[in-house]
Design a protein around this ligand. Structure first.
Ligand code: ADP
Length: 263
């Protein structure tokens, strides 16, 4: 099957790296269209570097990065991104924050003024999908951390990206809110069928959400294991207490422990 995200034998050295050592080395990651992939690994192993390479914010020193059949040579427009810190503009309402990417990314930028009602309807529909119906007129500082993170997911999806990149998006939230967000992203993925790459250090999160998990070694990051998660879908939180789920988490934990020990 053709890969939607195809990172092939990539080594990346940051131009500012004092020691000249690569952040990631000989890395190959293939994610199919519509698949939910998770990348897990110890802190500093290069997970965010993978995100930057896949979205065209960095270009590999060696190897190739192909997304949707094209070699990545500029920031990838078909990607939406959400990070640990939602960074909403405090002087804009939630709805205005959602519309922000459309003011920047073409072809939406040219269409926005004329088709504003259509885009607002899309933003409101997304807010409803994440349980924030009718909250668009509130300012970000009037929302809880979990609500802001939901809004930032909507903002990442406003231009209907084919690829959603999530960099530790739930890391700053308490355990209950985080699990609520897992269910929201699970449902968004099931409804919208985009491809997802999630970077996380939470193994339970990776196993609950993903179809495929890639484990990275400590720096320089390499892929040390790739595990298909064959748990049935739709998954609800109860699955996280089953022996089958716990066994997979243990198995992945073993890979990460080995990687840390070898570092
Ligand atoms: P992770 O997301 O797994 O914590 P990163 O991808 O952020 O890891 O970083 C991998 C390595 O690359 C780290 O050692 C980090 O210090 C280094 N690094 C990240 N960004 C830069 C940069 N812009 N310039 C130089 N080194 C960097």
């Amino acid at each position: 099957m053709k890969a939607f995200v195809d990172i092939h034998d990539v080594t990346h050295v940051y131009s500012g790296a004092e020691d000249g050592a690569p952040a990631v080395e000989g890395m190959t990651i293939r994610v199919h269209e519509g698949e939910f992939a998770a990348i897990v690994g110890p802190s500093g192993c290069g997970k965010s570097t993978v995100m930057k390479l896949a979205t065209g914010l960095q270009f590999p020193t060696r190897g190739s990065v192909v997304v949707d059949g094209r070699e990545v040579s500029a920031p990838v427009k078909l990607a939406g991104m959400a990070f640990q810190n939602p960074v909403m503009l405090p002087w804009r309402t939630t709805l205005q924050n959602l519309l922000l990417p459309l003011e920047i990314v073409q072809p939406h930028r040219s269409r926005l003024r004329k088709h504003k009602a259509e885009y607002v309807a899309r933003a409101e529909s997304l807010l409803a999908q994440v349980g924030l119906k009718g909250q668009g007129s509130k300012y970000p500082w009037q929302l809880s951390g979990g609500m802001q993170q939901r809004a930032s997911l909507c903002r990442a999806l406003i231009h209907e990206p084919k690829l959603l990149m999530l960099d530790e998006p739930f890391g700053a939230l308490d355990a209950f809110t985080r699990e609520e967000l897992w269910c929201i992203i699970r449902d968004l993925h099931a409804q919208n069928k985009f491809t997802v790459v999630l970077v996380t250090h939470d193994l339970r999160e990776a196993v609950f959400l993903a179809d495929r998990v890639f484990c990275m070694s400590a720096r320089p990051g390499r892929i040390i294991a790739e595990r298909e998660i064959d748990l049935p879908r739709p998954r609800d939180l109860e699955i996280t207490y089953t022996p089958q789920f716990i066994d997979i988490v243990h198995e992945l934990r073993g890979h990460i422990a080995d990687a840390r020990a070898a570092a």
